[in-house]
Design a protein around this ligand. Structure first.
Ligand code: AHM
Ligand code: MG
Length: 336
């Protein structure tokens, strides 16, 4: 059974940059995720982990205590490994510059965008939550200060993306652009072992995941697509599954075969999910797993970001399901 470290060394030729830097990156990700795993498993035992931190984040959302813990765990962990020069997090309005030691400046080349704890409304009720991360190379010269443009890169420029799901077990799933692989944490020894090599979407899916509570707010194209999913024809009706935790919904759909939809609504014309640290990394994984990720009209990874916390409608899943969704949007253009 391969550990994550062994897997990286064995596959080092697939990563065009230094193997040592990749190992350092993963070392920080593993360290923080193990700390979060430990806290998540204690929720319920202490009031310190439950509920709101009293802070409203840049999204105008109530920050949970564990959101804050996860944010700090990742920042500290990235700082300690001398491999990252800048971080943008869902929990921080501006990007954070990490000033590496002078002798390490050439190796601190990576930009990380992260949602430290996604689906955090599920924390207090023991439902799966996750971390989502996305990694780029810095664009600016190492002699200059980082700029916002180091963070506003198209998703197609990502060199690494992944998530950690804190569910019935803790699993780290990632891509370096050569397939998607999942590693399950054995908590007794603190090691992530390869458990899901080469994950691919099943070609034919039968799950649809959307918050149908927003139905009245959907355009005609989306409403018609939902009716299509429910129709008794061919391999339909599909089964409806929605956790309200992107990582959990995506993980299930990638393994079992299903489409995830967080569309625009009349009240939220840009959708809800954030392009840079939620949609781009999941879109990179989707494509690497043989699927398709779209905003309903265009490829997510081709969108040129203009703001750190920008939102986008997001649809991902097996190619045929997402293409069908896009057809419904196109054919109902006026109202979509
Ligand atoms: P968060 O980043 O504040 O946790 O919000 C993102 C979450 C996603 O995990 C999930 O897919 C979506 O919000 C659910 O939203 P809704 O409750 O509107 O269906
Ligand atoms: Mg989130």
């Amino acid at each position: 059974m391969y550990s994550l470290g062994e897997f990286i060394i064995k596959n080092r030729d697939h990563f065009p940059y230094s193997t040592e830097s990749l190992l350092r990156l993963f070392s920080s990700i593993k360290l923080a995720s193990k700390a979060i795993h430990k806290e998540v498993n204690k929720v319920g035992l202490t009031e310190e982990l439950i509920g709101s931190s009293g802070v409203t984040n840049i999204q105008g959302e109530n920050q949970q205590k564990l959101d804050n813990f996860a944010h700090k765990a990742f920042i500290e962990s990235f700082k300690s490994r001398n491999v990252v020069c800048g971080i943008a997090s869902e929990e921080s309005k501006d990007f954070i510059i990490i000033n590496g030691k002078k002798e390490n400046l050439t190796q601190n080349q990576y930009i990380v965008l992260i949602d430290p704890l996604d689906g955090s409304s599920n924390i207090d009720v023991n439902v799966s939550i996750g971390t989502i991360f996305s990694v780029y190379l810095r664009k600016s010269s190492i002699k200059m200060n980082l700029t916002i443009n180091d963070f506003l890169q198209k998703g197609s420029q990502q060199i690494l993306a992944g998530y950690i799901i804190y569910g019935s077990s803790t699993i780290l799933v990632f891509t370096i652009g050569k397939g998607v692989h999942g590693f399950t944490l054995d908590p007794s020894v603190g090691i992530f072992y390869l458990s899901h090599p080469n994950i691919f979407f099943p070609e034919i899916g039968n799950i649809y995941s959307i918050n149908e509570g927003n139905y009245a707010n959907f355009s005609n194209g989306i409403k018609k697509f939902i009716k299509y999913c429910q129709e008794k024809k061919e391999n339909r009706p599909y089964t409806a599954r929605y956790i309200g935790s992107l990582v959990g919904d995506f993980h299930r759909n990638m393994i079992k075969g299903g489409i995830y939809i967080y569309p625009k609504t009349y009240s939220s014309p840009n959708g809800k999910l954030r392009l840079l640290y939620e949609c781009n990394p999941i879109a990179f994984l989707t494509e690497q797993a043989g699927g398709k990720a779209s905003d309903g009209k265009q490829r997510i990874l081709d969108i040129k970001p203009t703001q750190l916390h920008q939102r986008t409608p997001f649809i991902c899943g097996p190619i045929n399901m997402v293409t069908k969704f896009e057809e419904f949007i196109m054919n109902n253009n006026k109202s979509s």
